[in-house]
Design a protein around this ligand. Sequence first.
Ligand SMILES: [Zn+2]
Length: 484
Amino acid sequence: MRRFTVVLLVLFALSFTVSFLHAADADAVTVLKGARIIDGTGNPPIENGVIVIKGNQIAAIGPAAKIKTPKGAQVIDVSGKTIMPGLISAHSHLGVMLKGVQRADAYTRENVMDSLNQYEQYGVTSMMSLGVNRDLIYDIREEQRAGKLGGATVFPADRGFGVPNALPPFKLAPDQMYRPATPEEARKLVREAAARHPAFLKIWVDDGFGQFKKMDPAVYKAVIDEGHKHKLKVAAHVFYLADAKQLVADNVDVLAHSIRDLPVDQELISAMKAKGTWYIPTLSVDQSFFYFADNANWRQNQFLNAALSPEVKAIFNDPDYKAKTDANPIVAKCRAALAQAMKNYKTLNDAGVKLGFGTDSGAAPPSRIPGWSEHNELGLMVATGMTPLRAITIATGETAKLIGIKDRGTLQKGKRADLVVLAANPLDNIGNTKTLLVIYHDGRKITPRASAPAVAQSLPLPGADAVALFSAAVAVGPIEDVCE
Ligand SMILES: [Zn+2]
């Protein structure tokens, strides 16, 4: 009997150790002292600030003069450093790519966890996997909620709703995508998805360069309406202005890519503002088609290289990669699409439309690099004439609002301790978000996968001129959809 008790106690102790391996010690108190704090609300930074972390939460935050150091706390001097919230991507993907190839068997627990760990190690502490999720994602979500599993916190948008024999043209597992043919079938499948309590729903409204049949508006209207009945918000893959207008009229909650065929107009802006529709530009999507061909110096970029598998490096190192990319007529259109996307982004930001953050990282082709893409996207956002403070606010506090997660996104008392400590100030140059020193996620200390050297203060951005300059490099005309 006694032996049995001892065995039970040992088992209990072991399970305790295993269970809490990925949870912060609830009583541990850490004080980060002396940093500049960007809190994710859009307010100006707090200079010489203090953050008190207790367990997985922020117990206190403010200027050093106003915050007391609790007795027994571990105090870390971070004078001269900058702290900002962990990044949140509301449009990324898991389990689409494996070793640089898009394949139907890529969505495994191991591959998904590799990506979630990579996001976390680049300071992306939460991510919404915006569609093509197999059901195993819900086990991962439960284990993360229980503190048994690490990696970026995942918010799954379930399988997603595509079109039979059309978009998305991915090779997918049977439990990875719905393709309803009728509004009735769409409603039934939304109810099936709702039973899994996803964070969001996703629809694809696009014709892939005129190659495919677009989703019947009656089908997407049914998904949106039935989703809302189950208190689920709906994000749409979109490319064309006309589709965006119809989706907004049909109450879609998020346009999850840029409009890239035409300039956005007042009709769309007024409708989005009236309905409170969010817009995620994913500028990195269009750039991903030519980034590695244009930037031969990616080989010297250690911050980027640390995110690439040997198989992905081999693809970009292929002697023919650049010539093939440059000769591809689709790539020329993606350059034009990026220019149009950047112009539209500036217009929508100036107009006060609600903007969220996302990159499509993790999707095909292999140039959409989890973790690195998010830092790259911030640079593209600032290149449209936005301030670094605005870009950081969108990528943290605003995107938490978009997803509907109130416990994170800003550095405020009672919120989760999801933050990054940077060697250099990203308000001087947005490239400094890459100067990662340490990451806290749910109060757990995470060692960055890589860290870039500080970059000098940049000149004030010329605003609209920056976009014009960028656009001048490409011919912008009506753009057919190729860049998804
Ligand atoms: Zn996507």
